[in-house]
Design a protein around this ligand. Structure first.
Ligand code: SAM
Ligand code: SF4
Length: 440
């Protein structure tokens, strides 16, 4: 019998990709995706616990679906980082919750679901799988409707930055074999995918613990040779581990897109030390300058945290100074949020909420101007755009991205989807570019 599954996703690209994998897995158990929670037989909330705000959203989402459990007997589950962190406590706290699926338990969802359907038992699976079986690809069985896809190359993190919960909820670093990754990318190319984004919390650590001696740059070289794949991206690289070999890949590999996401978190050496990041402002700047030397058109984006314990006005000024020097294309900025497992949660010298908010607003205002200015520099240029689909703003327009990951909207037919087309940029906005197709 055919059933429906609705998944609500919070958090990073890892979670977005896990949601895709869950949909594919569930197709084998005759659960098809619905976008309407009220008609679902199964509702899953795929959660994030990196900051307090997304964690709280889980509880309000669960509250929203309580009536559906009562009315239709909908099976309700929580997956992802909050599930991993809270485990059985979630079942105790939410009496109408049926399943808790930890970050390594995704492949077990069909069996767990069967258990619930047969016995009505409530289930919780949060053990860490040491063999890495949880990383196995769930390949699509039919052509995909999209032109780009994520591919997990590793999971977990060994860095233990003092603010970050990831090593606790995703476990230690674990890489997938290059053979499995290559097979997956080949399969995706066969299903119409043109662009892959390789995912890992610290892609530079790729290869650690594998029998085969292979670096991340070598993996990129192999993917660069796969027919049908036109573009390669990756996220995230840690500044401490950013190798010369990877920097040189930007001048060597024609499919590797000119975009690097390189979170810096703070511009103050005192704060970076307390964060346990393993680099200084100066070494970060040097790496970015070198990247720009090797690949002058490289777009640089990053993550930054304001209001880390002990951050004084002078430290915050150092962060602004680093931003001034680099001129980031885009920045993802966050107020520090204490996470109970982490070391920083015990630090004194907490920064007042009001001060954090003020610093965040100052920083975001500064970045807004930089982003717009960087986009305006592209006006009049011709850029290669991979067309992804119809634009949300108009049915006359299609949307796609430049190699530097900027969104471009322009007039065009849907038969352009999946194609690389030359587009002249005619107008820059804060979050996108307007273009027109160049016909020869
Ligand atoms: N592995 C990536 C790295 O090291 O750059 C980052 C992974 S984390 C999921 C994404 C971003 O969330 C981090 O770069 C950081 O800026 C932010 N973040 C993590 N923990 C945080 C916390 N406790 N409070 C505020 N922001 C946090
Ligand atoms: Fe978290 Fe640091 Fe690992 Fe990134 S490198 S996932 S911030 S512990």
């Amino acid at each position: 019998m055919e059933r429906r599954v609705y998944i609500e996703t919070y958090g990073c690209q890892m979670n977005e990709h896990d949601t895709e994998r869950i949909f594919r897995l569930l197709e084998g158990s005759h659960y098809l995706e619905t976008k309407d929670a009220t008609e679902a037989d199964l509702i899953l909330i795929n959660t994030c616990s990196v900051r307090e705000k997304p964690e709280h959203k889980v509880y309000s989402a669960l509250g929203r679906y309580k009536w559906l459990k009562k009315k239709r007997g909908t099976i309700i589950g929580v997956a992802g980082c909050v599930a991993q962190q809270e485990g059985n406590k979630l079942l105790d706290r939410i009496p109408y919750l049926d399943m808790v699926i930890g970050t390594h338990a995704i492949p077990m969802i069909p069996q767990l679901l069967q258990k619930i359907e047969v016995s009505g038992e409530r289930v919780c699976e949060t053990s860490f799988d040491q063999d890495g079986k949880y990383l196995k690809a769930v390949l699509p069985g039919r052509p995909l409707e999209k032109v780009k896809s994520y591919v997990t190359i590793m999971q977990g993190c060994d860095h233990f930055c003092s603010f970050c919960v990831v090593p606790f909820v995703r476990g230690r670093e674990k890489s997938r074999s290059s053979k499995e990754i290559i097979e997956e990318v080949r399969h995706l190319a066969g299903m119409g995918v043109k662009e892959v984004c390789l995912l890992g919390q610290n892609v530079n650590g790729y290869g650690k613990g594998l029998e085969e001696e292979i670096s991340f740059s070598e993996l990129l070289e192999r993917i660069n040779q796969i027919e049908g794949i036109e573009r390669i991206r990756f996220t995230t690289s840690h500044p401490k581990d950013l190798s010369e070999e990877l920097i040189q890949s930007f001048s060597k590999l024609e499919k590797l897109c000119e975009h690097m996401h390189l979170p810096f978190q703070s511009g103050s050496n005192k704060v970076l030390k307390a964060m346990h990041r393993g680099y200084t402002k100066e070494s970060y700047l040097q790496k970015v300058y070198h990247l720009k030397e090797v690949c002058p058109s490289l777009a640089i984006t990053a993550d930054v945290i304001v209001g880390f314990p002990g951050e004084e006005e002078g430290d915050f000024r150092e962060t602004l100074d680093l931003m001034e020097k680099i001129q980031f294309d885009e920045l993802f900025s966050f107020k520090y949020s204490p996470r109970k497992e982490t070391r920083a949660a015990q630090f004194e010298d907490k920064v007042e909420e009001e001060v954090k908010q003020e610093r965040l607003s100052t920083l975001q205002e500064f970045q807004k101007e930089t982003t717009l200015r960087k986009n305006q520099e592209l006006e009049g240029c011709i850029k290669e755009v991979l067309v992804e689909g119809q634009s949300k703003q108009s049915t006359q327009d299609v949307t796609g991205r430049t190699r530097s990951n900027k969104i471009v909207n322009f007039e065009g037919d849907l038969d352009l989807v999946g194609k690389l087309v030359p587009v002249r940029i005619v107008k820059a906005y804060a979050h996108s570019l307007r273009g027109e197709i160049v016909s020869d």
